[in-house]
Design a protein around this ligand. Structure first.
Ligand code: SF4
Ligand code: MG
Length: 283
């Protein structure tokens, strides 16, 4: 049985020392091992950005895609081989700016994949511009007077789009993050996990200390029920989206590929790999 070390490879990450993405990488490796996966059972797809490098640092199938497109690639992978456990990953710029159209439709499609967003509230790879997650007033090279745009609320959008699994964590909390990724991987349907993952080089506002002061752990909210969608939306709105933990889960809804005719018993790859295009479209 694989351990988290089996999901390591010999490539040294070139993230800045202290970048939150290191913990996300470690949490994926631990979660995969904890639920009994072997490296050949897992595919990690990423987009573009510092976070996009993650697919190269995990010993599993990997695909470093193009900007904002990790979800279409991940969904294609899952449809072609539903026996693979598929993780899509990326940053807040990748998933909530150029990729937002894909994000919303992947959520409502509810395919059985896990989407992990490394949310550092800035564009790191391009050296520090505002992202859709940057706060109003946030000063960067692209907004020297301070951002005048509203901050996007991705988890409220996810709930509105019909998400069946919504969670949020903090890269400093490896235990919680690992547990939420495990739950996401085991959820039937699309699991969305937003991770506060500080950019220590370009974001001097949303630092580790800032997150520690502002995060509200759901364990502190008495009587919180993650099956209650209205409560999830209300609490997100009340806390400015700073909740961490399992925010919402619908365990009843079937995933997309379990509802598609022809995919019910086995994936396409197992059914008949030599389908013509015409036959494929008849499925
Ligand atoms: Fe991480 Fe920021 Fe460095 Fe990119 S620039 S590797 S996001 S700390
Ligand atoms: Mg970012």
């Amino acid at each position: 049985m694989a351990t988290f070390k089996d999901f390591r490879n010999n490539i040294k990450p070139n993230w800045c020392p202290g970048c939150g993405d290191f913990s996300v990488q470690a949490a994926i490796q631990r979660a995969a091992a904890n639920i009994g996966l072997e490296p050949e059972n897992l595919a990690v797809v990423s987009g573009i950005g510092c976070s996009g490098r993650i697919s190269g640092y995990i010993n599993a199938y990997g695909f470093h895609g193009i900007h904002g497109r990790s979800l279409p690639i991940a969904q294609g992978l899952k449809m072609a081989n539903r026996e693979l456990t598929v993780i899509a990953s990326g940053g807040d710029g990748d998933g909530f700016a150029i990729g937002m159209g894909h994000t919303v439709h992947a959520i409502r499609r509810n395919m059985n994949i896990t989407y992990i967003v490394m949310d550092n509230q800035i564009y790191g790879l391009t050296k520090g511009q505002t992202s859709p997650r940057s706060a109003e007033g946030f000063k960067t090279k692209s907004t020297p007077q301070g951002s005048i745009e509203s901050t996007l609320a991705p988890l409220e959008i996810a709930l509105s789009a019909g998400a069946t699994f919504v969670a949020q964590s903090f890269s400093s909390n490896l235990k919680q993050l690992t547990s939420l990724i495990e739950q996401g991987l085991q959820h039937e349907g699309f699991s969305m996990i937003n991770v506060f993952s500080p950019c220590v080089t370009f974001n001097k506002i949303n630092t580790y200390d800032w997150f520690k002061e502002n995060i509200i752990d759901l364990e502190e909210i008495e009587g919180y029920d993650p099956s209650n969608r209205i409560q999830a939306m209300t609490k997100l709105m009340e806390t400015g989206g700073m909740l961490t933990g399992l925010i919402y889960q619908d365990k009843q809804k079937k995933s997309y590929e379990n509802l598609v005719a022809g995919f019910k018993e086995e994936g396409l790859a197992k059914q008949n790999i030599s389908l013509s295009e015409e036959e494929f479209h008849k499925l």
